[in-house]
Design a protein around this ligand. Structure first.
Ligand code: NIG
Ligand code: FE
Length: 427
């Protein structure tokens, strides 16, 4: 066997090739090749075509083969918005929310994000690493090959750096690729109660510079929300981050319409995320600037809030991505199948648009569209093989994990097959 991998006979090979980010009708063009195949050399995709074309043009005899007959082959999924490094849980708050208490009321009473901040400040790096690793394992099993991870459960220099350093360390030891985002402006800590503006100044002068210097974050995010950080404070922080070479992202218009989408377009943020309450003007501005709308349907579902207007945004030309928002408060799930089901059945996105939103546009939203997010020669070999013949089965089989094999950088890193302990040994 050589060091080349030949994946052949795919009922459907979905390439997601094309210029990024994809908008409007382009989101439906996912480049399906029937009886598709690809050749991987080391960690890179070397060729893509039909099985016949590739078998005729390459010496495939020497290659390791994966037969994908009856299966659908896709680019690895990219979860472009998560908060996966934290300690503790908020199950008690969840039970209060089930009884009707609002997420923001819990936050204003000192629970919410601060609850997780207290637990994360106390946890040591080794404990956070173990928690992070377990969470990455379950993401990988659902076909996630790259994940964006936000800090924001420290809100002080030491803990923010601890969270980011844990992500950097996990990056060395886990096959999932991690894109770290600095979210120091996630809440106002009690030390700065009523002085959000001073907290922003603290982040700008004391925390951002070492984060930038140690190259611990690719993006800087802010929770731009009524009662948290205003548009002015968010603008100030994002411009300061940009001066240090760290591009912006915004938790925008999640609970209240505040103008976060417009701000994202104004400052040249790569994305605005959530957007449940985006204004028409925000949609227009994001379409003009091609700012990605990272939509998080499981959060709307879990908070019992309305879904982001995905249809309106796509039709207006906003590039849309989908992500889980995995976090212990508003959305404690990293389930890609749930995201797919909600996007199809509650947001009216087509199966093809959903695939684009979880691959090509998600790659663009994490600043990695040149490397990942599609199956094209020269791109990193991050591949998912489904147990069904077409991508349409993803929303059709509501909430089911259809991922059979995951390839990261040319290496098979996860497979669903293998004898289950529930089977009787008849041998
Ligand atoms: O994306 N809105 C702010 N941040 C997270 C929630 C974090 C938490 O509740 O711990 C979100 O919904
Ligand atoms: Fe979030």
């Amino acid at each position: 066997m050589g060091n080349k991998l030949f994946i052949k006979n795919a009922s459907e090979l979905v390439t997601c090739a094309g210029t990024l980010p994809k908008t409007g009708r382009e989101m439906n063009e996912i480049g399906i090749i029937k009886d598709g195949a690809l050749i991987i050399e080391h960690d890179t995709i070397a060729a893509v075509g039909t099985t016949l074309e590739l078998s005729q043009s390459y010496d495939v005899q020497e290659m390791t083969v994966i037969d994908a007959a009856g299966k659908c082959v896709l680019p690895g999924f990219i979860d472009a918005h998560t908060h996966f490094v934290f300690a503790g849980d908020r199950s008690e708050e969840f039970s209060w929310r089930l009884k009707g208490m609002h997420y923001i009321d819990i936050m204003e009473r000192g629970g919410g994000i601060m609850n997780t901040v207290r637990a994360t400040r106390k946890a040591d790096a080794a404990a956070l690493m173990e928690l992070g690793r377990t969470r990455l394992n379950s993401m990988l099993a659902m076909g996630v090959t790259t994940v964006e991870g936000k800090s924001g459960y420290g809100l002080d220099l030491g803990t923010e750096i601890k969270q980011l350093a844990v992500m950097q360390e996990l990056q060395q030891t886990h096959s999932i690729e991690i894109i770290p985002t600095f979210l120091g402006a996630h809440a106002i800590p009690p030390e700065y109660k009523g002085r959000g503006d001073e907290f922003i100044d603290y982040l700008i002068t004391e925390v951002l510079p070492p984060v930038a210097e140690k190259k611990l974050a690719v993006f800087c995010d802010v929770f731009c929300e009524k009662g948290v950080f205003s548009v002015e404070e968010s603008r100030k922080l994002l411009l300061a981050a940009q001066n240090l070479g760290i591009r912006g992202k915004i938790h925008a218009d999640e609970i209240v319409q505040l103008g976060g989408a417009e701000l994202a377009a104004e400052v040249g943020a790569i994305s605005a995320e959530h957007l449940l309450h985006i204004s028409d003007q925000g949609i227009e501005r994001m379409a003009e600037t091609k700012t990605v709308g990272v939509l998080l349907p499981a959060t709307a579902f879990s908070l019992r809030e309305p879904f982001a207007p995905a249809r309106k945004m796509i039709d207006a030309g906003v590039p849309v991505a989908l992500a889980t928002d995995f976090n212990p408060g508003s959305c404690y799930t990293s389930s890609v199948p749930l995201i797919i089901a909600l996007a199809a059945l509650s947001m009216n996105m087509s199966p093809a648009e959903i695939i684009t939103a979880l691959t090509a546009n998600a790659a663009f939203a994490v600043g990695a569209g040149d490397r990942i997010g599609s199956i094209e020669p020269g791109k990193q070999a991050d591949i998912v093989i489904l147990e069904e013949p077409s991508h349409i089965f993803l929303p059709y089989r509501v909430g089911m994990n259809l991922v059979e094999t995951v390839v990261k950088k040319g290496r098979v890193v996860w497979q669903s097959s293998g004898k289950m302990p529930c089977e009787k040994d008849l041998g």
